[in-house]
Design a protein around this ligand. Structure first.
Ligand code: FE2
Ligand code: ZN
Length: 466
């Protein structure tokens, strides 16, 4: 917490109109706030025993109370103090931008309506007051605003609260894994439970978000069943291969996945800017002979290992753009897809965000300076070696009626070659759902089932798999 410069305590009284919004805001921002860690840790076992719209237990604890509110000498910063002795600072420009009055914020649409054409970023409050757990401000243009304490605390600029918010929302907690962890993290769900139980649907989605993989069993043996799962999440993602694509040997195909040969590790559609997030493969017919096993590796786990043990390799993989390409025709639609991005993409914190990798879809065009080409091949070889390292990769043969669900921008997948027979033609159906749609469903279900959108992993120490 920064020290506050010269402070002025103001005690202006407000008119009754600002009080009228109080009830509705308390409904909207009713989540509890722990003064020590920001948000409460909710253990998964506790969540499972809660009924619909369960209230967090600490809601019964004594609420934090707003004790005072002060502004600095030039009015650009407001500091509030609470009964726990904490102080939280808010820039005046942010407070005015986020005024919650009906003129500035539409609660029905949950949208800011402040007109920025006329917004003064130098606006200052002339009066500052703490009353009934609300910060109340009168601005130098006469406008009045008030803010509930819980609403303010959830939006505190302190590092703890910001970290907690980011951890839970952008995206969700992800835990990397290697071969030794696979049996522990792989969870199997029943098809009918996914379709009929919101609690199972949420658990399944959170499991994919956390570990990047899950299985569904007892799926009816028809080609259109993935659509039913996608509809439970939200809606299916269409690509140039359609909404449901048939993975089986197809003579004359424009995609290697539609052959029976060995399929090298890859992510699907690296040549798209907006890549499908969740990949689903429904096994209708498995080969009875040898081969046909699926292979998966958690690229996040491999990336973390390289970052730790071979930082120079990691740097090249994250900084050298590669061109991914797909040219062909599918169901009468001709396409030429092209996208340029590194094999490993980091977020703004330098942490793993996603992987793009496909030997079959990597273009021969490589538009980088000459001196970057050989170092990239060396780094790519080191990455590939780790992908196929038995410590990092797993093989398993899908059973008929099973659906393999995995994070397409985190896990790499491949398949061993096989041979069809006239009486036994291997047949899988594939479909995608976008992460935007899945995360949205997770938040909606968390709110519905738990009363808040925080993860069951919230604030609990996350032990990363080795
Ligand atoms: Fe694939
Ligand atoms: Zn307003």
């Amino acid at each position: 917490m920064q020290s506050v410069r010269t402070l002025v305590l103001a005690t202006a009284k407000f008119g009754s109109k600002v009080q009228s919004l109080k009830a509705s805001r308390q409904l909207r921002f009713s989540s509890t706030f722990s003064s020590t860690s920001g948000f409460r840790a909710v253990h998964s076992s506790e969540v499972k025993h809660q009924g619909p719209v369960a209230k967090p237990k600490d809601e019964e604890k004594q609420q934090v109370v707003l004790v005072n509110a002060i502004r600095d000498i030039d009015g650009s910063m407001i500091t509030i103090g609470t009964s726990t002795g904490e102080q939280h600072q808010y820039p005046s420009v942010w407070l005015r931008d986020n005024c919650q009055c009906p003129k500035c914020f539409n609660t029905t649409m949950q949208s800011r309506t402040v007109d920025w054409k006329y917004f003064d970023i130098n606006i200052k409050p002339t009066h500052v007051m703490a009353e009934e757990n609300q910060l109340k401000l009168v601005w130098n243009d006469g406008h009045e605003s008030d803010y509930d304490l819980n609403w303010l605390l959830e939006r505190s600029f302190t590092e703890n609260v910001r970290k907690e918010w980011m951890k839970q929302h952008y995206p969700m907690t992800r835990i990397s894994w290697g071969t030794v962890d696979f049996n522990k993290i792989l969870k199997k769900y029943d098809f009918n439970d996914i379709l009929n139980s919101d609690a199972t649907l949420l658990d399944w989605l959170e499991n994919i978000a956390t570990y990047g993989i899950a299985l569904i069993d007892n799926t009816p043996p028809q080609e259109d069943q993935l659509r039913r799962v996608a509809d439970r999440v939200g809606f299916i993602r269409r690509t140039q291969y359609g909404e449901e694509y048939m993975v089986k040997h197809q003579p004359g195909t424009s995609n290697l996945a539609y052959t029976s040969g060995n399929l090298q590790m890859h992510t699907d559609l690296p040549y798209y800017d907006y890549k499908p997030g969740i990949n689903m493969l429904h096994c209708l017919v498995q080969t009875e002979g040898t081969g046909g096993e699926n292979q998966v590796t958690d690229a996040m786990h491999v990336a973390e290992k390289l970052k730790r043990e071979k930082p120079e390799v990691y740097k090249v993989l994250t900084e050298t753009p590669v061109e991914w390409c797909d040219i062909g025709q599918e169901s009468g639609y001709s396409f030429h897809s092209l996208y340029r991005t590194p094999v490993i993409l980091n977020d703004s914190n330098g942490d793993f965000l996603r992987a793009d990798y496909s030997q079959q879809q990597r273009d021969s065009h490589f538009s980088v300076p000459l001196d970057q080409v050989i170092p990239w091949y060396e780094a790519h070889a080191a990455f590939t070696e780790e992908l196929y390292n038995p410590e990092n990769t797993v093989y398993f043969k899908l059973k008929e009626r099973e659906i393999l669900v995995f994070d397409n921008i985190r896990l790499l997948h491949g398949r061993k070659g096989y041979e069809d027979k006239p009486s036994n033609t291997r047949h899988l159906v594939g479909s995608y759902v976008d992460w935007d749609v899945a995360y949205s469903r997770i938040r909606v279900l968390r709110k519905k089932l738990r009363g808040h959108i925080r993860s069951h992993l919230s604030s609990t120490p996350v032990q990363k798999c080795t």
